[in-house]
Design a protein around this ligand. Structure first.
Ligand SMILES: Cc1cc2nc3c(=O)[nH]c(=O)nc-3n(C[C@H](O)[C@H](O)[C@H](O)COP(=O)(O)O)c2cc1C
Length: 306
């Protein structure tokens, strides 16, 4: 699956639409971020896509509810509630570069722009980057300069609790995924809360960079929850063999973020297609080399787990 990534149009002007189209062609789900730079409706209109919507908990619950209703109206398949962003992690490269929306031009950006003229030309010709799901709202949509950390810390509710998971259930009929689960105990609580899946994730190391790697959590969580809740392994998926390892350890699916962003940044929609082709062929090759004909034949006996 393709993980939610905010402000995807920074990588390429085609942004989330390119990712959604490539995912649809490959028949895999793509989760649009709350902080997407294309809206729920624009991505929902991509034909044949398995669209999922990632929710951050804004302090304004009315806004959360409205976004969930918009996703339902556009027939999104599932909601992904991200639970690891009570406050934004300190992303030191963002701090050093003064990362903000709209992107500000400092000496570093100008130098980068000069050595990537294709990106710069496309960026300058495309419409301004905005948080499309809240365009024109009082909460701010990135049209006025704002640092991401200030924005997140001002708008998102740090008091998210299990009661909010129940609330989500009351306003959304479809499957719910809790993304950002990092312990066996929380996975058990998620199963008790009746969600359909947990995404074991440390946000690609962007929140607590010392958090346990998700792949190391798959087996213990699978042992703790059995088949009460499905497991998605999210973080560090770069090759098909990473997907196979996650599934062999007990995950139902693996989810990639940076892998498709790299393809998108390098070559737009074609780049995302290429990354998905590489992942798919590597999954098949790895399974053939293991002698596994189906995903059901992947199990822990195939791995040496330290
Ligand atoms: C640029 C970028 C933006 C992200 N934005 C979001 C987001 O808006 N919501 C979210 O739940 N996760 C977000 N993530 C985390 C991803 O969903 C995912 O957990 C992470 O990228 C997985 O690690 P990987 O990049 O190694 O595949 C973002 C990750 C990146 C790299």
């Amino acid at each position: 699956m393709l993980a939610p990534t905010g402000f995807t149009r920074i990588a390429h002007p085609a942004g989330e639409l390119a990712v959604a189209r490539a995912a649809a062609r490959h028949g895999i789900p793509y989760a649009l971020s709350t902080l997407g730079t294309r809206s729920i409706e624009e991505v929902g209109a991509v034909d044949g896509g398995r669209h999922w919507f990632q929710v951050y908990f804004w302090r304004d619950r009315g806004l959360v509810r409205e976004m969930i209703e918009r996703a339902a109206a556009c027939e999104y398949e599932a909601l992904v509630l991200t639970v690891d962003t009570a406050v934004l992690g300190r992303r030191e490269r963002d701090v050093r570069r003064g990362f903000a929306l709209p992107p500000t031009l400092g000496p570093g950006t100008l130098l980068d722009g000069a050595i990537h003229p294709g990106w710069t030309w496309a960026f300058l010709r495309s419409e301004p980057i905005r948080f499309a799901n809240v365009a024109g709202r009082s909460v701010g949509d990135g049209a006025d300069p704002v640092a991401l950390s200030e924005y997140v810390n001002a708008q998102f509710d740090p008091d998210l609790s299990w009661a909010d998971v129940e609330w989500i259930r009351s306003v959304w009929d479809g499957p719910i995924v809790l993304k950002g689960i990092q312990t066996e105990a929380d996975a058990v609580l998620a199963a008790d809360a009746g969600v359909e899946a947990v995404a074991l994730s440390n946000h690609g190391g962007r929140q607590l960079d010392g958090a346990r790697p998700p792949v190391a959590l798959v087996a213990p969580v699978a042992d703790a929850v059995g088949d009460r809740v499905e497991i998605i392994c999210d973080g560090g998926i770069r090759r098909g063999s990473d997907v196979v390892k996650a599934v062999a350890l007990g995950a139902r699916a693996a989810m990639a973020g940076r892998a498709y962003l790299y393809g998108l940044g390098a070559a737009g929609e074609r780049g995302v297609d290429h990354v998905l082709d590489l992942l798919a062929s590597d999954v098949r090759r790895t399974m053939a080399l293991l002698g596994a004909r189906t995903c059901g034949e992947l199990d822990r006996s195939l791995l040496l787990v330290p």
